[in-house]
Design a binder for this molecule. Structure first.
Ligand SMILES: Nc1ncnc2c1ncn2[C@@H]1O[C@H](COP(=O)(O)OP(=O)(O)O)[C@@H](O)[C@H]1O
Ligand code: SF4
Ligand SMILES: [Mg+2]
Length: 434
């Protein structure tokens, strides 16, 4: 039936009805589960590694649309270490924002739902919460306080009819405390303390005359200033994790550079972790310690910055590098990855990148699972995995002191003598040049 729908390119009335019925049932079940009163142990967990701040474990986030189910995030597993900056890269629509929004529990329901998996968050009080199952009232205690977010478009993220100062003070008043001068007890942050903190934060992110900007409306500021305000808002509660979702995409190039510089300064001063979402590999190279490459809702490669820049394995990562403009490529046509991402409603069972891959290895309908190829490097590509296996078993050429070539295998087999290489290739080349 699925194939018929794809071939036709439209849905019949009957099919639409069936999809609507199925969506209704699924949404009803998931909403009921979300609203169910839960005990603490139902949404607390243990970390796989205590050095991690966040662990995404088989996260699935779907959108139940009238044309079918969009699997925006499809079984994502990765972790963010304490104090590390993790970059998430991929072209538009690959599920970067939905992954971050799932952690913040900002997925727009009832259409959008986390359907499976866990998001473990190692909170400040030592409890590990499963953010995917946590009741929304409990999420409020963490969102904005321990985890904050910098959005792509500051103009739409700031309230246009509320002064900057009031928007900043609100965050402090909700999450922070003052000490009552009379009783010495903690009370919600006072107006005066909140104002002082907001002005201090505006100054920290490099806003000149912060007392003046405190009284302005968002439209009175430039794009770069607005993004600085968003960053100061994210820093107000001294969070453990900052999620920056394409923080420089909506800004022009010079302002982008300033904001990046600011993020770098923050990274040095701030001892929490950063999840940096971008489609700009240049930003990743400057900022990240570890990189996740996403494609069509899945992770296709992950590793340290050095691994993904000097030794990329997945054809998609290689193509992303190729499509980066460089100074030496001036005047040449910029490389673009041919084809499109498969339709998110009818994802194939085989490798999602096969239609655009220059190698197009044929492995039937199997999907390549993410396989560890070094302690920190993982890749989901049959060809790359085969290459690595082949290289592991390949003889290593070892030049011994007397200049005789011998061969040894990586796993320490006895070296064998090797016949000297024939010089046919050189001879042939000389002949042609004559
Ligand atoms: N509210 C929504 N309704 C339906 N589909 C959505 C919605 N939000 C996101 N999606 C789909 O989820 C996928 C991932 O989106 P997103 O995470 O925003 O991509 P990006 O990697 O550009 O941040 C896309 O295919 C998008 O169409
Ligand atoms: S698994 Fe095959 S088709 Fe998919 S990216 Fe690797 S080489 Fe290309
Ligand atoms: Mg996005």
């Amino acid at each position: 039936m699925e194939t018929n729908k794809i071939k036709r390119g439209y849905l019949t009335r009957q099919e639409e009805k069936e999809i609507a019925k199925e969506n209704k049932q699924q949404i009803k079940r998931l909403e009921k589960e979300k609203k169910r009163k839960k005990t603490l142990d139902e949404y607390t967990s243990v970390m796989r590694d205590e050095n991690n701040l966040v662990e995404f474990d088989n996260l699935n986030t779907n959108f139940f649309t009238e044309r079918g189910v969009v699997k925006a995030v499809n079984g994502v597993n990765f972790s963010v270490k304490k104090g590390a900056t993790v970059g998430i890269v991929g072209e538009s629509g690959c599920g970067k924002s939905v992954t971050a929004m799932s952690l913040m529990r900002l997925i727009q329901g009832p259409m959008g739902q986390i359907t499976d998996g866990a998001i473990r968050y190692n909170s400040r009080d030592g409890t590990v919460y499963d953010m995917a199952k946590m009741p929304i009232k409990e999420v409020y205690k963490i969102r904005g306080k321990e985890i904050s977010m910098i959005f792509q478009e500051p103009m739409t993220s700031l309230n246009p009819v509320v002064r900057i100062g009031n928007q900043l003070d609100e965050v402090s008043k909700i999450h922070l405390k003052s000490i009552c001068p009379k009783t010495g007890n903690e009370i919600p942050m006072t107006k005066e303390d909140a104002k002082a903190r907001s002005i201090d934060m505006l100054a920290k992110v490099g806003i000149p005359a912060p007392e003046h900007v405190y009284k302005r409306f968002p439209h009175e500021l430039s794009g770069g200033m607005r993004q600085r305000v968003m960053i100061s808002m994210a820093l107000l509660c001294d969070p453990s994790l900052i999620i920056a979702d394409e923080p420089t995409t909506a800004l022009d190039v010079t302002v982008q550079a300033q904001i990046l510089e600011l993020l770098k300064v923050i990274r040095e001063q701030f001892n929490g972790s950063i999840m940096l979402i971008t489609h700009d590999l240049g930003v990743i190279a400057e900022m990240a310690d570890y990189v996740i490459i996403m494609y069509a809702g899945r992770i296709i490669e992950e590793g340290t910055v050095d691994e993904l820049f000097y030794n990329p394995q997945h054809p998609y990562t290689v193509a992303l590098h190729k499509s980066k403009p460089t100074i030496s490529s001036e005047g040449n046509r910029l490389f673009n990855i041919p084809g499109n991402v498969p339709n998110p409603i009818n994802m194939p069972t085989h490798c999602f990148f096969r239609g655009r891959c220059s190698h197009k290895c044929e492995r039937g309908e199997a999907y390549p699972e993410l396989v560890q190829i070094s302690e920190t490097h993982k890749v989901a590509c049959f060809r790359a995995q085969d290459e690595i296996e082949r290289k592991k078993n390949e003889p290593v050429i070892d030049i011994v002191a007397n200049n005789t070539e011998t061969t040894a295998t990586v796993d320490g087999e006895k070296p064998k003598k090797k016949a000297p290489a024939k010089k046919t290739a050189t001879k042939k080349a000389t002949k042609t040049s004559e």
